[in-house]
Design a protein around this ligand. Structure first.
Ligand code: SF4
Length: 349
């Protein structure tokens, strides 16, 4: 393996000499884990920047979405995945409101939340449905089979290719390493129009260190040969057509909609809206939510990190007043968050 790594990194170094600077972005927390855990940035030439983008579903959930859940905790049992529990809203987190006595429960999946709602029919339940194309099918499958009237979702699902398009419009990204898990669901096809329009290499990559290195090599080769296209390095898992069953569930329950992501303005097509038939489960159709003003914590640069403009080490609070026990911004909360990952691997915790 050591020999193979040496061989691929030397090829990367050789090909990268042709360029002044190259910015390769990935949009997946698991890719960032592999990059940090195996020190892959340290193997790359200085002119090749490997940039983490908005690849953590918890991190891109907006403060307003957290505040909405906190507001609704007055009258609903809030059910959430563990990671979201610690994300700060404008004043406090769900962890804080639970400490104040509200009924906030951590669940492993929407299925657990539905099971609780079926058991406790005298209470109304709200599930915070977060995640990209990977988790939307699970939410959809549960809603298709739902036959109770005390269960609702706060729909925070988001679609990945539109945010990649936003970044291509907005920043000078030279290539994308496309997310392995998301691509397993959506397949290869959604990337073709992006490559066609923006002429940047896109390579779908797996999660082993060699997957990442080989995908970087594939990107450089495309650029050197001026043969820009979509390639699938992770074809042992990602199929051209993706997971058709999951796609059908998504199509039945959701329709693409414009949505704001934390750190971004409204992304065209960046969200999933429930179709008419399922709107009765949408909490925003049922409750009026007051307009709570977002308050970005002073010094936190999560917005710039999510857009790939800065790294956690550029933040003055990193590892000092902001750490996993006391997260100031969303990127320090989840295991998929860039600040949290940097803290783990560069602070030895
Ligand atoms: Fe925000 Fe903390 Fe990351 Fe700084 S280190 S950007 S305060 S989450």
């Amino acid at each position: 393996m050591r020999e193979l790594v040496k061989k691929v990194t030397s090829k990367i170094n050789e090909l990268a000499k042709e360029f002044d600077e190259l910015k390769i972005m990935h949009v997946c927390g698991s890719h960032e884990h592999t990059i940090c855990k195996y020190g892959l940035r340290e193997l790359l030439p200085e002119n090749l920047l490997l940039i983490p983008g908005p690849g953590c579903p918890v991190c891109v959930t907006t403060q307003k979405e957290i505040d909405t859940a906190i507001y609704l905790s007055e009258n609903y049992v809030i059910t959430t995945l563990g990671d979201l529990y610690r994300v700060p809203g404008s004043e406090k987190s769900l962890f804080d409101v639970r400490a104040e006595g509200k009924d906030v429960r951590i669940v492993y999946s929407i299925t657990d939340a539905v099971r609780m709602a079926k058991r406790e029919k005298d209470k109304n339940f709200l599930f915070l449905a977060i995640g990209f194309e990977t988790t939307a099918p699970t939410t959809g499958a549960e809603l298709i089979n739902l036959n109770i009237d005390n269960f609702f979702i706060l729909n925070c699902h988001r679609r990945t290719p539109p945010v990649m398009e936003f970044l291509l419009e907005d920043s000078k990204i030279d290539a994308f390493i496309c997310p392995g898990h998301v691509s397993a669901i959506i397949g290869v096809k959604p990337y073709y129009p992006l490559v066609e329009k923006y002429r940047v290499p896109m390579v779908i990559a797996g999660f082993e260190p060699m997957d990442i290195l080989i995908s970087i090599y594939m990107i450089l080769k495309q650029l050197n040969e001026n043969n820009i296209r979509v390639e699938n390095e992770y074809d042992r898992v990602v199929k051209e057509e993706g997971n058709v069953v999951a796609q059908k569930i998504i199509e039945k329950v959701f329709t693409p909609s414009d949505k704001r992501w934390r750190g971004f303005p409204i992304i065209k097509g960046g969200g999933f809206e429930l179709k008419e038939e399922f709107k009765k489960y949408d909490i925003l159709e049922r409750e009026e939510i007051p307009d709570i003003k977002e308050k970005i914590p002073k010094g936190c640069i999560c917005d710039k990190i999510l857009r790939g403009e800065k790294l956690p080490t550029d933040c003055k609070l990193f590892g000092k007043s902001c750490n996993p026990l006391n997260p100031v911004g969303s990127c320090m909360v989840s295991e998929e968050g860039t600040c949290r990952i940097f803290f783990k691997y560069y602070r030895g915790v």
